[in-house]
Each structure stands twice: as structure tokens, then as C-alpha cells.
Ligand binder design. Structure first.
Ligand code: ADP
Length: 155
């Protein structure tokens, strides 16, 4: 069984994340959307909310699972029997950053391959940090987030 882990903060999930997951779905039997929880990091939405937003987006698709994890992504991959880490690439800055991580992960565990999916240009500017800034300042983020959650984000 081909299992991929798509790790991230998803604070909140955006149309960019949604598109990567949907386009990668035919390549794998299962995609585990892995929500990183780092105790040193402050999140805008709670783990429960972030999980709920992803579940609403994919409407209980049996090929998609949402699981929170702490620690190294490769350790989580081993725990769930995943041999692939999926990452979205928006631009060259993403590439530089992702490539270092991918190479170090590969050095730590040669059995786990990182797969990059390029963003479609229409979604390449979308970024969770900016979505949060817009929300904090009372703006409308409807066009940037998956439609099933567009009315659920105001706090
Ligand atoms: P992290 O905190 O690890 O950066 P994110 O939740 O921001 O987590 O992103 C998780 C993954 O989704 C990363 O691979 C990132 O490159 C990708 N991603 C984020 N935004 C987009 C987007 N607009 N289009 C495609 N991929 C994206």
C-alpha cells in the first residue's frame, strides 16, 4: 500500500494545500494529512479547529486521514507505514528550504522519499500566514480557503 504523509501546520488549510492533496491523490492509496504540533510554536487555530477544517474540506474521503503528530516527520512516517513525504512547491524559496529538509530526511532514513508537487500559478501566492493576518485585521479570506470552511474561520 502506497501511503504518503503531507505534513504542515495547516493554520488554517488553504486552497493551495487542498489543490496539492487533490492532485496527489491518484498517486497514492492513502494520504495522511499530518498536523505538526510543536509545543514551542503558537498557533492561531487550535488543533481541534485545524483538524476539523481539513476534515470538512475533504468530506470524509476514505483515502484521506488527518492525524496530529509531534517530533520528527520521518519518525511519524515510520509509525504510520508511509514511504513518501508530500510537499507543495510554490517558488524557488520553497524549493531551497524543502530541498535541505528532504536531503537531511533522506540521510536519516533512506526508505522515505520526498515527493514535490508544483503549485498551480493561480494558487501560488496563497500562504497561511497572510490568511491569518487578513483574518486578524477583519478582512475576507473566502477566495483563499476551501469553500466548505469559508464561513467557519471568523473567531
Ligand atoms: P509548514 O509550517 O510546514 O510550512 P504549511 O501548512 O504552511 O506548513 O505547508 C504545508 C505544505 O503545504 C508545504 O509543503 C507547503 O509548501 C505547502 N503549501 C503551502 N501553501 C501552499 C500553496 N499555496 N500551494 C501549494 N502548496 C502549498
Amino acid at each position: 500500500m502506497k501511503i504518503a504523509v503531507f505534513p504542515g501546520s495547516f493554520d488554517p488549510i488553504t486552497k493551495g494545500h487542498q489543490d496539492i492533496i487533490e492532485r496527489a491523490l491518484p498517486l497514492f492509496d492513502k494520504i495522511i494529512v499530518a498536523i505538526g504540533t510543536n509545543s514551542a510554536k503558537k498557533y492561531y487555530f487550535s488543533l481541534e479547529q485545524r483538524t476539523n477544517f481539513i476534515e470538512l474540506t475533504f468530506n470524509n474521503n476514505p483515502k484521506i486521514e488527518v492525524i496530529a503528530y509531534e517530533g520528527l516527520t520521518i519518525d511519524f512516517c515510520k509509525l504510520v507505514n508511509a514511504n513518501y513525504i508530500l510537499r507543495g512547491l510554490r517558488n524557488s524559496a520553497d524549493y531551497m528550504y524543502e530541498n535541505n529538509i528532504a536531503q537531511m530526511n533522506k540521510a536519516m532514513d533512506n526508505n522515505i522519499e520526498t515527493i514535490y508537487m508544483p503549485t498551480i500559478p493561480e494558487l501560488a501566492a496563497i500562504n497561511s500566514t497572510i490568511v491569518r493576518d487578513i483574518l486578524i485585521n477583519g478582512g475576507n479570506v473566502e477566495q483563499f480557503v476551501p469553500s466548505p470552511i469559508k464561513n467557519k474561520l471568523s473567531v
